[in-house]
Ligand binder design. Structure first.
Ligand SMILES: [Zn+2]
Length: 154
C-alpha cells in the first residue's frame, strides 16, 4: 500500500470514528527509514487494533487535564521492527501498541495514569526513561497474557 493509499484508508477510518487527535501518520509513518528498513503500511484488518488503542490514548489525553499525547512509534512491520531492535513478538507489529509521551507529564506519571485506567488489567505497560509503552493486548485476539509490565523510569 502506498503512503497516499494509507492516508486515504486509515484517514477515512479515523474520520468515521470521529477521531481528531490522532492521525494516520501517527498510526504508521509509511516510508519512515531505519537501518535500511522502510516502514510499510499495516494490513488493513489491523486497524481494528489501532482503534482499540486509540480509545485508551484518547482517555489518556483527557485524563488530568487535556494535554496532547504524542506518538513516537506505533505500527512496525517485521523488518522495520527488527531493524530498530524491537523484540521479535513486539505488540507494535499488531497495531495495538504505541510508545507515547504526554505534554507536561513525565513518563513515570504517564505510566501511573495508565495504571489507573479501569481496564489496566488488559494492558501491557512498559516504563522507559523518555517514553511510555502502552498496548491493549488483552483487548485483541492474541495468545498473550495480560496484564504485562516491564521496565523502570530510572
Ligand atoms: Zn513499545
Amino acid at each position: 500500500m502506498t503512503k497516499s493509499d494509507w492516508l486515504e484508508v486509515c484517514g477515512k477510518g479515523l474520520a468515521d470514528r470521529g477521531t481528531t487527535n490522532f492521525s494516520a501518520l501517527e498510526v504508521c509513518d509509511v516510508g519512515r527509514r531505519s537501518g535500511g528498513a522502510v516502514l510499510s503500511a499495516p494490513p488493513v484488518e489491523l486497524l481494528e487494533n489501532a482503534y482499540k488503542l486509540i480509545n485508551v490514548l484518547e482517555w489518556l489525553r483527557a485524563e488530568d487535564g487535556t494535554a496532547s499525547v504524542l506518538v513516537n512509534s506505533w505500527y512496525r512491520d517485521s523488518e522495520y521492527n527488527a531493524a530498530i531492535g524491537g523484540v521479535a513478538n513486539s505488540m507494535h507489529k499488531t497495531c495495538a501498541a504505541a510508545d507515547v509521551v504526554k505534554v507536561g507529564r513525565t513518563p513515570s506519571e504517564v505510566a501511573d495514569m495508565l495504571e489507573s485506567h479501569p481496564y489496566a488489567g488488559l494492558f501491557g505497560i512498559g516504563r522507559y526513561k523518555t517514553f511510555t509503552h502502552i498496548d491493549v493486548r488483552g483487548y485483541v485476539v492474541l495468545d498473550r497474557p495480560s496484564p504485562a509490565r516491564w521496565g523502570s523510569n530510572g
